[in-house]
Design a protein around this ligand. Structure first.
Ligand code: CTP
Length: 397
């Protein structure tokens, strides 16, 4: 799957830089064309000559060639690449990437790259476990960067733990399976709903819920990474638009209903991940409600978007979610029936690490025939990958 792919390898200043040589060799052997950008410090760990010889391309480090003033364009490097893999990625580079610092060519290229970006962190175990590194990695993940987890083992410091960069073959395999995946949903279009809805009480107050949109965004990301066209109808969240996804911003359940119905006409399937308000104020006020003793807020039900799509779905694929606090499986199966879903993805707020805000989820996918597959607690990206594999299988039939 690497044949003729343009892979840009970024190398930063870590002992693990020697493994970059093996990575470049594996990529070239796999048929990829490889270009390399290094940070100035990376040159202290591995020579540009070694990497340039293996890549069969000159190495780029500076913004311009000091001998002739020729500009090394980070923009064209980013445009050239089908994938950008930064291996090894130090804690320093990960932090700069997460915060948009662009003080070397490797980082400016990251900021301007439109292609998928992979990082293979390499550092000492305490640096890897440090709260700021964890936050930076979580932030990068939420920005759509693919994290190739380091392994446990002996580290350069002499200590042993998690922080050793993944082996070159594993990184190459990761890229290869990414490109393999990319093909499977090409030509298909999907609607994904995500995030909360916000229902105005007056111009100042509203009713909403704790949804952050992470699960829906992970699904949209995964669908797009397998080549699908994705329309993401999203309530207000603070996540960036995933690469290759078209986002339609909505606020209220009514707006989400209208945008979803419009998009559904033209898609092959939909994954309903949004936490849609079931009720909205019956008479939202145009001016701020003033403080008084008691207030009775009259609510009216909103439209059930998934159920409405279920009514008109025909042969299209419809997947819904069920976030439950009790009687989980019975409630989820009830939703599958009531909304005419093909699959319902159950997650329980009783499971630690599942639900709103967190980066992990524990899902059980229930099909129409009653079969249920329970997955362990894993990242939302991994959970999304299981769900999208179901989507893939549905269209293979
Ligand atoms: N859903 C929707 N429109 C609504 C309510 C829910 O599209 N107005 C979708 C959700 O996106 C999810 C599924 O229906 O895919 C189940 O949502 P959930 O809130 O768990 O269920 P409800 O049907 O609202 O039932 P309840 O709140 O009673 O659990």
């Amino acid at each position: 799957m690497l044949r003729d792919k343009h892979i840009l390898v970024g190398v930063t200043g870590s002992i693990a830089a020697y493994k970059a040589a093996m990575l470049v060799r594996a990529l070239v052997k796999g048929g990829a064309e490889v270009k390399i950008v290094m940070t100035p410090l990376a040159k202290e760990f591995i020579t540009p000559l070694t990497l340039a010889t293996l890549a069969k391309n000159p190495i780029l480090v500076d913004f311009f060639n000091p001998e002739n003033g020729e500009w090394n364009s980070h923009v064209s490097l980013g445009e050239w690449a089908d994938a950008y893999v930064i291996a090894p990625a130090t804690a320093n580079t990960l932090a700069k990437m997460a915060h948009g610092i662009a003080d070397n060519l490797l980082l400016t290229t990251y900021l301007s790259a439109r292609c998928p970006v992979f990082v293979a962190p390499a550092m000492d175990l305490d640096m890897y476990a440090h709260v700021t590194t964890c936050q930076n990695i979580a932030m990068l993940r939420s920005h759509g960067v693919h994290i190739i987890e380091p392994e446990e083992g002996e580290l350069a410091s002499g200590l042993s733990g998690k922080g050793r960069m993944a082996e070159a073959d594993e990184i190459a395999a990761c890229l290869s399976s990414f490109f393999e995946k990319e093909m499977t949903l090409q030509g298909k279009r999907f609607l994904v709903t995500a995030g909360p809805t916000v229902e105005a009480i007056d111009p100042v107050r509203y009713i909403s819920n704790h949804s952050t949109g992470k699960m829906g965004y992970a699904i949209a990301t995964e669908l797009a990474s397998r080549g699908a066209e994705v329309i993401l109808v999203s309530g207000p969240v603070s996540l960036p638009v995933p690469t290759g996804v078209r986002r339609v911003d909505v606020v209220s359940a009514k707006e989400m209903f209208e945008a979803s119905m419009a998009a559904f006409a033209d898609v092959d399937g939909a994954v309903m991940c949004a936490a849609v308000a079931d009720y909205t104020p019956a008479n939202p006020e145009n001016s701020k409600i003033k403080r008084k003793d008691d207030i009775v807020l009259q609510l009216k039900p909103t439209k059930d978007i998934a159920a409405e799509l279920g009514r008109v779905k025909g042969e299209k694929l419809l997947i819904g979610f069920a976030l439950e606090t009790d009687n989980e499986e019975t409630n989820a199966k009830g939703k599958l029936e009531r909304k005419n879903l093909d699959y319902v993805v159950l997650n329980s707020l009783r499971d630690e690490g599942a639900g709103f805000g967190v980066d992990t989820n524990k899902i059980t996918v229930i099909g129409r025939d009653g079969t249920a597959i329970a997955y362990p607690l894993e990242s939302k990206a991994q959970a999304a990958s299981h769900i999208v594999s179901l989507v893939e299988n549905f269209f293979k039939k």
